[in-house]
Design a protein around this ligand. Structure first.
Ligand code: SAM
Ligand code: SF4
Length: 331
């Protein structure tokens, strides 16, 4: 049974940043020069991550997502998937990736026990992809997506961060992909976090709300129908265009925050447990792990994090967490 936090929310989901490194530099996630990389010694070892997941599983965490940074740039990632897939109690093991390396890894990940992938893709235009990611090739991401499909890492969800005057003119084109070839696309409101363009100047001007996106889509493609939540659907609200195979989701951390139903904890790449993405409070697990803490000891620290999970974020009061970038925390 999932453990309840102080606001009666069952905590059943752990997101793990396995590395702060990345092969892209998305404008809303990182500064142009990238972030100062943590040394290998600072990053949790796979055995340490496994201990945390074992402890979490005994507290009723059933779902784990590997993220980062880009999880596929960490050497041996398939081994980590194999280790975590064997942990009793974890029945949903997924990954969020930019897909650039999925062509090489999809099959191995599926064989090791990964269930599904979410793929971040903000545009269907090659030059724009290169501009937003500061270096990426769209064709590589699309090849990665196809490899994931062939490996059965489904349902694949596409995550699109919508930014005003950057890619907001593409929401209709992206929505069309739910008709053919039948993608599941989720639009995410830009969040002010880390040291990126997402916190510069008046960030609110760059946020395109789910409502605006929905209006644009409906004006061209017709009314959306409510759809069932996808497996591992998280905080998105799901819809479907009439007759579409794929779904459209909206994730609204800014215009309609979903803190009251938040069920997650995050483990940073350097081993700190963070009960809320948008609050700087963290508990250090790395020090006790390196001092020999066992599953029982780590369990007590996870319980502390659950008990200290804040009721909601405070962006409205301009409390913007800038201490860490998204890639370290695990977006
Ligand atoms: N590298 C992987 C990827 O891009 O899918 C995993 C890590 S990335 C930090 C996880 C997710 O966070 C991505 O879907 C990305 O679009 C999202 N993200 C990063 N910065 C964001 C921001 N400022 N606002 C909203 N979403 C953001
Ligand atoms: Fe890398 Fe993902 Fe951040 Fe883009 S969003 S820079 S792919 S970690």
């Amino acid at each position: 049974m999932a453990h309840l936090d102080a606001y009666n929310r069952p905590i059943s989901y752990l997101r793990i940043s396995v590395t702060d490194r990345c092969n892209l530099r998305c404008i809303y996630c990182m500064p142009p020069q990238g972030v100062t990389k943590r040394s290998h010694a600072e990053i949790l070892r796979y055995e340490e991550i496994e201990t945390v997941v074992r402890a979490a599983a005994t507290l009723g965490i059933t779902k784990v997502r590997l993220t980062g940074g880009e999880p596929l740039v960490r050497p041996g990632i398939v081994d980590l998937v194999r280790m975590l897939a064997r942990v009793e109690g974890i029945d949903d093991l997924a990954m969020t990736t930019n897909a650039i390396l999925l062509n090489d890894y999809a099959k191995g990940l599926a064989q090791a026990g990964l269930r599904r992938v979410n793929i971040s893709l903000d545009t269907l235009r090659p030059e724009r992809f290169e501009r937003i990611t500061r270096c990426g090739k769209l064709e590589e991401a699309l090849a990665g997506m196809e490899a994931a499909r062939q490996a059965g890492l489904e349902p694949i969800k596409i995550n699109t961060v919508v930014i005003r005057e950057m890619n907001d003119d593409e929401v209709v084109d992206l929505a069309r992909q739910t008709l053919e070839p039948g993608w599941h696309v989720r639009f995410i409101e830009l969040m002010p976090i880390g040291n990126s363009m997402a916190v510069e100047g008046n960030w609110r001007e760059r946020v395109v709300t789910a409502r605006e996106i929905q209006e644009q889509i409906e004006a061209t493609l017709g009314a959306l129908e409510p759809a069932k939540v996808l497996p591992g659907g998280g905080p998105a609200r799901y819809y479907r265009l009439p007759g579409a195979k794929g779904t459209l989701g909206f994730i609204t951390p800014i215009s309609d925050h979903f803190c009251h139903q938040c069920n997650r904890l995050r483990l940073t790449a350097d081993g700190h447990l963070r009960p809320c993405l948008l609050s700087e409070y963290e508990i250090d697990l790395r020090t006790p792990l390196r001092e020999g803490a066992d599953v029982e000891h780590i369990k007590t620290l996870i319980l502390q994090a659950i008990e200290r999970k804040p009721m909601q974020h405070h962006l409205d009061e301009c409390q913007i967490p800038t201490g860490r970038v998204m890639s370290e925390i695990g977006g």
